[in-house]
Design a protein around this ligand. Sequence first.
Ligand SMILES: [Zn+2]
Length: 67
Amino acid sequence: MATDPRCPDCGVTMEGVDVRTGGGYELSVQTDEKREGLLGSLGMNESLDVSPRLCPECGLVRLYADL
Ligand SMILES: [Zn+2]
């Protein structure tokens, strides 16, 4: 992400943070797009990493998919 997004409520720059599941896995999002090649033919959808951003003022966390 070229520029850090701003909190929609506070207008301050949101900081990059790590969000983990309880098992320590990194989060990802699944799109409706089929993966290319063999995985797509097996019915696997495309998976995108996400970049969590935290507002230091109000604690809002947003997830941005790495498109
Ligand atoms: Zn905020």
